[in-house]
Design a protein around this ligand. Structure first.
Ligand SMILES: [Zn+2]
Length: 160
């Protein structure tokens, strides 16, 4: 029995965002940005019309998720050391002795321990799994998300 998968990538699967992460020595990067590129592979059995998934529907869902992240500051809600507090339209981020204040509307506080490209790939994979279920498609047997933060530097997350 052959295995099937489909892959979405292209110049429209991008978002530009700011972030910073902790480096292994405990140093916190300065705030900076990336033009992220995303690719998705989804594997599963063929449906009644001999497709793994509706390409157009999947692309539409993925682009709407990427639009949420575009032109935003990405912050981790679950970092053990970077504190993120939202109050009265502002977000205060602290990593003593450093402190940043952002307009809340320009921040996306993500349910992650850090905004590494690896965890961003997992976040997108989990969002897509949920979106596929919401759209009534059968669950994929495997979903792979690749997130590239600069040319040649990408993380890959496989779920299932
Ligand atoms: Zn970075």
């Amino acid at each position: 029995m052959p295995d099937y998968s489909v892959r979405l990538d292209g110049d429209d699967l991008i978002f530009s965002a700011a972030h910073f992460i902790l480096l292994p020595d405990g140093i916190c990067e300065p705030l900076h940005g990336h033009n992220y590129r995303v690719a998705v592979e989804i594997a599963g059995p063929l449906d009644d019309v001999h497709c793994v998934v509706d390409f157009i529907a999947l692309g539409t869902v993925l682009k709407s998720i990427l639009r949420e992240l575009d032109h935003a500051v990405l912050l981790p809600r679950h970092s053990p050391v970077i504190r993120v507090k939202e109050d009265e339209g502002e977000v205060e981020v602290t990593f003593p002795p450093r402190r940043w204040i952002f307009p809340a509307v320009e921040c996306r506080i993500l349910p992650l321990a850090g905004t590494t490209v690896e965890l961003m790939a997992r976040y997108l994979a989990e969002r897509l799994i949920a979106a596929v279920a919401d759209a009534g498609f059968d669950p994929p047997t495997r979903l792979r998300v690749e997130v590239e933060e600069s040319p040649g530097r990408r993380a890959i997350c496989d779920v299932k």
